[in-house]
Design a protein around this ligand. Structure first.
Ligand code: SF4
Length: 371
């Protein structure tokens, strides 16, 4: 294990500055950790070694698998396609309800991981017929150096990239990362500072800033997820306030996903979210003026996309499956309304030659990956 740690520590991090006494200040996320020699930041995977900060997650994914893109969730970005999904260890939030806590609450040396350079991530995605790659499962901001290098390699070969993020990032790092990604789903975990402070050990305001930067300063396609937890963030006035803020600051066309909680990690005493709570939240957000509001983690008609003008069914879904696709060149086939999103597939779409090239580039490595 010691040898593994040494090899991980060879990738120097970005977004840090030296301090007195061999300390470093990491300013990648709003925690602004001040890290002593030999210690790691709150997220576990940025470590001070001899007065320099290293990214222990670089090229060391702890999880890789193929998901439907609807699982991220993204409903207006390459619907019906598969996405190569990967995560590392650690997280910069401390959510009591984390549903991937086995990796997000682990140090880099506590998870099983493979060494996978950026170019190989892209070859693995192509080999598995995925036109896009998701940085997900744990918070990708904390391994932003790896994210950026994968994005470069992916774009060279016609693939797109997706951040699935808690949105907890500083102004200093925001454009360095998001200028390279094509889409994002940002968790807006609640809409009170009390909830963010007590249940996620962070703050609400930086997440709202990130959403405004995405809207006003990038061309990233983004959607928002709000996991509704009974008794903690399910009050109807909180839901209305959240929807009203989105409408006012981001406009009516940003898709919003209300998803159901299941008991996990430190919140095993809370019940599952009743479907009626999701239905009521969706109704309230639509009434507030949002046009694309979804329900997730349950079977529901709230998974479909309908035309906000003529109500025609555009995309029929069952959980994460796309069952019917009626959009024509991104427009409603009945009334012609343009539906916001990124509908066209990318070039890397499972062409046999692309897959053969990817196999050759991988040279038989990762043959045992259970994808
Ligand atoms: S990215 Fe990690 S080390 Fe850096 S400030 Fe955030 S929690 Fe601390």
């Amino acid at each position: 294990m010691q040898g593994l740690k040494i090899s991980r520590a060879t990738h120097e991090a970005r977004w840090w500055e030296k301090q007195a006494g061999n300390k470093v200040h990491c300013y990648l996320c709003p925690r602004h950790c001040h890290i002593g020699d030999g210690q790691a930041g709150f997220c576990f995977i940025r470590e001070n070694r001899g007065g320099k900060l290293y990214s222990l997650g670089y090229a060391h994914p702890a999880a890789m698998q193929i998901d439907p893109i609807e699982k991220k969730p993204l409903n207006h970005f390459l619907p019906g396609t598969r996405i190569f999904s990967m995560g590392t260890a650690g997280c910069n939030m401390g959510c009591f309800f984390c549903q991937n806590w086995d990796i997000s609450k682990s140090r880099a040396d506590q998870v099983r991981s493979s060494h996978v350079p950026p170019e190989d991530v892209v070859s693995l995605a192509i080999r598995n017929g995925c036109p896009s790659i998701a940085f997900t499962y744990n918070e990708p901001t904390i391994w932003g150096e790896y994210v950026i290098d994968i994005c470069h390699a992916a774009h060279e070969r016609g693939l797109r990239t997706v951040m699935v993020s808690n949105g907890y990032i500083t102004r200093e790092a925001f454009h360095d990362i998001y200028d390279h990604v094509d889409a994002a789903n940002v968790d807006l975990k609640g809409f009170t500072e009390n909830f963010y402070g007590r249940i996620t050990l962070t703050h609400l305001a930086p997440v709202l800033d990130t959403l405004k930067w995405l809207k006003n300063e990038t061309s990233v396609w983004f959607e928002i997820t709000n996991l509704i937890i009974p008794t903690l963030n399910d009050a109807s006035d909180e839901t209305r306030a959240l929807a009203g803020w989105i409408l006012e600051n981001l406009g009516p066309d940003v898709p919003l996903h209300f998803t159901a909680f299941h008991p996990d990690f430190k919140l095993r005493d809370k019940p599952r979210t009743p479907p009626e709570t999701l239905h009521a939240a969706r109704r309230a957000a639509l009434d507030a003026g949002l046009r694309y509001v979804y329900e997730g983690n349950i079977y529901s008609d709230g998974a479909h996309t309908s035309c906000p003008a003529c109500k025609a069914m555009l995309i029929r879904r069952s959980w994460h499956d796309v069952q019917e696709m009626h959009l024509k060149s991104g427009c409603c086939p009945k009334c012609g309304l343009a539906i916001p999103g990124r509908w066209a597939d990318s070039q890397a779409n499972g062409a046999e030659q692309d897959i053969r090239d990817a196999e050759a580039a991988l040279g038989g490595r990762y043959g045992d990956l259970n994808l």
